[in-house]
Each structure stands twice: as C-alpha cells, then as structure tokens.
Write a protein that binds this ligand. Structure first.
Ligand code: ADP
Ligand code: MG
Length: 289
C-alpha cells in the first residue's frame, strides 16, 4: 500500500499541468455528471451530450465513473474488448479499454459489478492522464449520492453537471449534494433539470431548490436549463445524433442547446480549474491508499 502511495506521488511530481512540447491539448475540460438520487438520467445525458458536442467538432472521452454500477457500455450495446479490471491485472493494454462509439466520441467502460483492485491504480492514472490529453472534453458519468468515491470524482472534475428531476425526493437529494460538494470546495456546479413536463415545471423545481440553497447554505448553483420527458429516448440511445435530431424532436433540440451553452462558456461561473482530472485524482488519493 505504501508503494502504491509512493507511485502516485511520483506521478504527481512528474506530471505537470504545464503544456509540454507535443501536447496538443493539455486543457481537456472535465465535466462530472452527478445526481443526488439514482435513475434521473445521468447516463443518458452523458451519452447524448457527448454526441452533441462531437457534432460541434469536439473530441470527447466518456469515462464511466459509476464504478459500482457501470452500465454505459450496456446502454450502448458495446462488448468491451478489455475491461478496467483486466487492464489492472495487466491482461490488456490501455488502448483496449478505449472504445470508439462514433466519430469523435470514445468510451472507457467501467467494470459492471466489479470492485476495482487498487493494486495498480497509479499505472492506470498515469496512462489516463496521457490519454485524456488527446480530447477536448472528458465527461465522467459520476454516479449518484454522496458516497466518498462519488464526491472525490466530483471534486477532481473541473465542472459539475448536477441532474435532478421534478420528483420531490430528487429535490432533497440534489440539495444534499450541492451542500456537500460546495462545502468540500467544488462550487462549479450547473443544475440541469431532466424529465420536465413543461418549462414552467422546471422553473418551479429550480426555484424550490434555489430557495433551500439560499436559506441554508448561501450558495446557489448555475441553472443551465432543462430537458423534456421523451418517451422515445430509451430506444434511440444507440443512434447517430443526425438520426436523433429527426426522431427526438424537442429533446435533441434541447440537448444541442445545452451542448452549445457548455461549449461556448464555462458552465459554471465560479472559475473552473483546468487541471487534468486524472492528475488531480492522483493527487487527491496520493497519500491516502
Ligand atoms: N428525458 C427523459 N425522458 C424520458 N425518459 C428518460 C429521460 N431521461 C432518462 N430517462 C429514462 O430514465 C431511466 C434512467 O436513466 P439513466 O440515464 O440510466 O439514469 P441514471 O444514470 O441517473 O441512473 C432510463 O430508463 C432512461 O431511459
Ligand atoms: Mg447511470
């Protein structure tokens, strides 16, 4: 274990956030898609957002950070050539865990139902620091709730896209997530309301949440918009975004607006870090394994 911590410290010392010669894109934007409650649409939004950013010419790497319940590859119908677990056991190379979904969108699937061995996390992080430099965006499907692992991922990301639905239990859980993240120093939080029946419903939910935040923690996230309820969504997730635009109507319009907002500006206003997500993750866990 102490060897592991030393390895991580070595990575952190040897990997700087300063651009090196040959580094074409050292400033990959990392966005963690998180929620208080599960089943609110994180995985779907991660995929649709990545596809929409790709149509804007951006290179996107999706990382399935929902380590306990990783399922992005299942949603996408991908049979991984190599899993994170195999990689950790030296049974495959880092290239084998990166799967092309479409032009400009790649996925690193998680290990479904598997607990990752922490034995060689430092090797994985060193490889991922290098790999992620080839992308404009790293979108992390970050899991639900306020378990320590989820919080760590969220703190290491430059930006948070917090998903909630109009469901009353989602409100309390979203508030709890904002409270914990902001108290741990992550204030680059943008709120997206999913499965809204109408713009008015989304506005009401947002106002309720913001009133809670204002009263009790004196901090409100950035409201980035809402996505409508769409019955066709589940059956279309594997389609190309061009097909989606025709079949998903209002939903894809809204996803494209969201991608344009994110791509055009910082999604939150509190000064995001441009530090590499995996490097920050290595630093965060450096001495704590
Ligand atoms: N805007 C939406 N309209 C209709 N169904 C949705 C919408 N967003 C997500 N869903 C459905 O909700 C369920 C949960 O979505 P998922 O992305 O797996 O959530 P999470 O990753 O937060 O657990 C899925 O069945 C998905 O098809
Ligand atoms: Mg999910």
């Amino acid at each position: 274990m102490s060897d592991q911590a030393q390895n991580l410290r070595n990575i952190v010392q040897n990997t700087t956030a300063t651009p090196k010669i040959g580094d074409e894109n050292p400033k990959v934007r990392s966005i963690a898609v998180v929620s208080g409650k599960g089943g609110v649409g994180k995985s779907n939004i991660t995929i649709f957002l990545a596809k929409s950013l790709a149509t804007r010419g951006k290179k996107v790497l999706i990382f399935d950070g929902d380590l306990g319940l990783a399922n992005l590859h299942i949603l996408l119908g991908i049979l991984p050539k190599g899993t994170l677990t195999q990689y950790m056991k030296n049974e495959c190379r880092v290239e084998n865990i990166i799967h092309k979904i479409q032009e400009n969108v790649d996925l690193i699937p998680g290990g479904s139902g598997e607990i990752l061995p922490s034995s060689d996390l430092s090797k994985l992080l060193a490889d991922l620091i290098n790999v992620s430099r080839n992308y404009d965006y790293l979108i992390i499907d970050g899991g639900a709730g306020i378990a320590e692992n989820t919080i760590r991922l969220s703190i290491c990301a430059g930006e948070i896209l917090l998903i909630m639905t109009p469901d009353p239990t989602s409100l309390a859980d979203a508030y709890a997530t904002i409270k914990v993240l902001s108290s741990r120093g992550q204030k680059n939080i943008s709120l997206l309301i999913n499965m809204a029946q109408s713009p008015q419903e989304a506005e009401n939910v947002k106002n309720k949440l913001f009133a809670l935040c204002q009263n009790f923690i004196k901090f409100t996230p950035n409201f980035i918009g809402f996505l409508p309820q769409s019955e066709k969504l589940a059956s279309l997730i594997r389609e190309d975004i061009g097909v989606l635009s025709k079949k998903l109507g209002n939903f894809s319009l809204k996803i494209n607006t969201l991608a344009a907002k994110i791509d055009g500006e910082n999604i939150a206003e509190n000064g995001r870090t441009t530090q590499n997500f995996f490097l920050k993750f290595a630093q965060t866990i450096g001495g704590k394994l």
